[in-house]
Ligand binder design. Structure first.
Ligand code: SF4
Length: 332
């Protein structure tokens, strides 16, 4: 029997985006919690959601991680991990006061933006930080230089900005924004501040850009684009917006396959599928199985980039892992 005979051709297809799912920063943050649990034993406290994904958080909770909002909820002397989104310097200070053993799982690409903020603040620049108000990453970056940073939450905020010296102003951004909307915001800012400087390198990270790029490629052919991701995941929410802007006739964000409403698929011939940077691929595979049960058996993976970036674990954790391995070797 040929493959064509084995799989009935329904004319309904899935365009599966690649790159999708886990980025290097998320992979490192999740591994940090897993390795800390193995090394120190449960419970391990994690300040904020380690990454913005319900499934990941529940899985780590099952392994013994306890998620808290602030350091005050962590017992004195316990181990706390700071999430991939980064924290303001005052959070490290609070941890010291409570004698917490802090492990920093901030994504190195977020740390890069913190360093830029510190450097421009030290040179007395006004910094326009493009990002979403209240997002943990923005709170952390702004905390590096609160007296120098103003938040610009989208193009509409560009007209509200006031600076001390229009020749000494720079824009930085959250790592997970819409590339196109950020360009629009920068254009509006530059119309008012022609000498506005740009960040030394892109702040929107490679993973965010790559996931948006492939969605733009597939969206015009899609009746509906499904994005697997959580509502508090900035990069996942952006993927739905990008899909709609690029021509998808509908777009939906779901945490799990069972959240897909069959009405969304009525009359659809082509479904686009992708996932945010904090989503394990098993959730995408579950959506593929769900779609196959509804006749979407023809799956084309559309690849626009191959990602190979890997970040090493936080230094403080690696040091303890090495010491534990050395102690085990001595005992053996
Ligand atoms: S989305 Fe980008 S900045 Fe955020 S954790 Fe992933 S690689 Fe780092």
């Amino acid at each position: 029997m040929t493959e064509a005979q084995a799989t009935p051709q329904t004319g309904k297809r899935v365009l599966l985006a690649k790159p999708r799912g886990y980025c290097a920063g998320v992979d490192r943050a999740v591994q940090t919690v897993e390795e800390a649990l193995k090394l120190y034993g449960a419970p391990i406290y994690v300040r904020k959601q380690i990454v913005h994904n319900k499934h990941v958080v529940r899985t780590l909770e099952d392994q013994g991680a306890i998620f808290v909002e602030e350091n005050e909820e962590v017992p004195e002397g316990a181990t706390v991990i700071f999430s991939a989104h980064g924290v303001a310097p005052e959070v490290y200070e609070q941890a010291k006061v409570r004698s917490l053993k802090a492990i920093d799982a901030t994504c190195p690409l977020v740390t890069k933006v913190h360093q830029e903020a510190k450097r421009f603040a030290a040179e007395d620049y006004d910094i326009l930080l493009i990002g979403h108000e209240g997002h943990e990453e923005v709170v952390g970056t702004a905390g590096e230089a609160p007296a120098h940073i103003q938040l610009v939450d989208g193009p509409g905020d560009a007209d509200k900005v006031t600076v001390r010296d229009p020749s000494k102003v720079v824009w930085l951004s959250q790592t997970t924004l819409s590339v196109d909307e950020t360009l629009e915001t920068v254009a509006r800012l530059k119309a008012r501040l022609p000498l506005l400087q740009s960040p030394p390198s892109d702040d929107i990270c490679y993973a965010t850009s790559n996931r948006q790029h492939v969605v733009k490629e597939i969206a015009p052919e899609c009746d509906v684009v499904l994005v697997v991701g959580s509502r508090n995941s900035s990069n996942s929410v952006r993927l739905v917006e990008v899909a709609l802007d690029a021509g998808a006739r509908a777009g939906h964000l779901v945490d799990f396959a069972h959240e897909i409403d069959d009405a969304w698929l009525t009359g659809a011939r082509t479904v686009g599928l992708t996932s945010g940077a904090s989503v394990p691929d098993e959730l995408v595979q579950e959506v593929l199985a769900h779609l196959a049960e509804r006749g979407f058996t023809d799956v084309d993976e559309v690849v626009t980039a191959n990602e190979r970036l890997i970040f090493s674990l936080p230094q403080e954790l690696k040091r303890d892992m090495k010491a534990a391995a050395a102690a085990a070797a001595t005992r053996a």
